[in-house]
Design a protein around this ligand. Structure first.
Ligand code: AMP
Length: 214
């Protein structure tokens, strides 16, 4: 049996940072659907090209593409693994699809962690976010700077601001979150799987709370 832990929270809440840190410590597998799509786009695969226009405007990529990606990924994961899903499900239809597709991959949903942060903190975090275009590592100019300014600690590549972290796209992503993704929190609450995490602290503090909630 494989165990799924879903990471929920608005863009900028720190899902990716917390999931990566706790996965590195516990041996869980960190799956970021946003990172998978950016990688598919960089490699020019059909799924990546299809996702391009949606991602650039901050809209959601069609559910079918995401559900196929997640089914394949879970099927290819070793028995006994814990999988951190960061960025999926993004709406209630995807949350229902995850319940439907998990058994075929011998996986079950253990919990959904909701990372709570104020709107002001989200805007501050998104504006300062920098990403490595090569290995996908995430940084923040103030709270999580790389050792050498503008350069990825892990692979030495020059960091970039993601196209969808520009101010006009940020506003749209937060709207999409409110209308499509926020209801997913209620979905897991009803299923008795929801744990709320205060994600207003430092990256290390949030990672410790996440680890304790597993
Ligand atoms: P993220 O890195 O999680 O902020 O995702 C970046 C972008 O990828 C999103 O704004 C969406 O366009 C797309 N994306 C990531 N995950 C999903 C998903 N589960 N469903 C639809 N689109 C997604």
């Amino acid at each position: 049996m494989k165990k799924i832990v879903v990471f929920l929270g608005a863009p900028g809440a720190g899902k990716g940072t917390a999931a990566a840190a706790v996965a590195a410590k516990t041996g869980a597998i960190h799956v970021s659907t946003g990172a998978m799509l950016r990688d598919a786009l960089a490699r020019g695969t059909p799924a990546g090209l299809e996702a391009k226009s949606y991602m650039e405007s901050g809209a959601l990529v069609p559910d079918e593409t995401l559900c196929k990606m997640i089914s394949e990924l879970l099927a290819g994961t070793a028995d006994g693994a814990t999988v951190f899903l960061d960025g999926f499900p993004r709406n209630v239809a995807q949350a229902e699809a995850l319940y439907a597709l998990a058994p075929a991959a011998d996986a079950q949903i253990a919990s959904a962690l909701m990372l709570d942060v104020s709107k002001e903190a989200l805007l501050e975090r998104l504006g300062g976010r920098r990403t490595c275009p090569k290995c996908g590592a995430g940084y923040h100019v103030k709270s999580l700077p790389p050792k050498k300014e503008g350069i990825c600690d892990a692979c030495g590549t020059a960091l970039v601001t993601r196209a969808d972290d520009r101010p006009e796209t940020i506003a749209h992503r937060l709207e999409v979150y409110e209308s499509a993704t926020a209801p997913v929190v209620g979905f897991y609450e009803k299923a008795g799987k929801l744990r709320r995490i205060d994600a207003s602290g430092s990256a290390a503090e949030v990672a410790a709370l996440v680890e304790a909630a597993l």
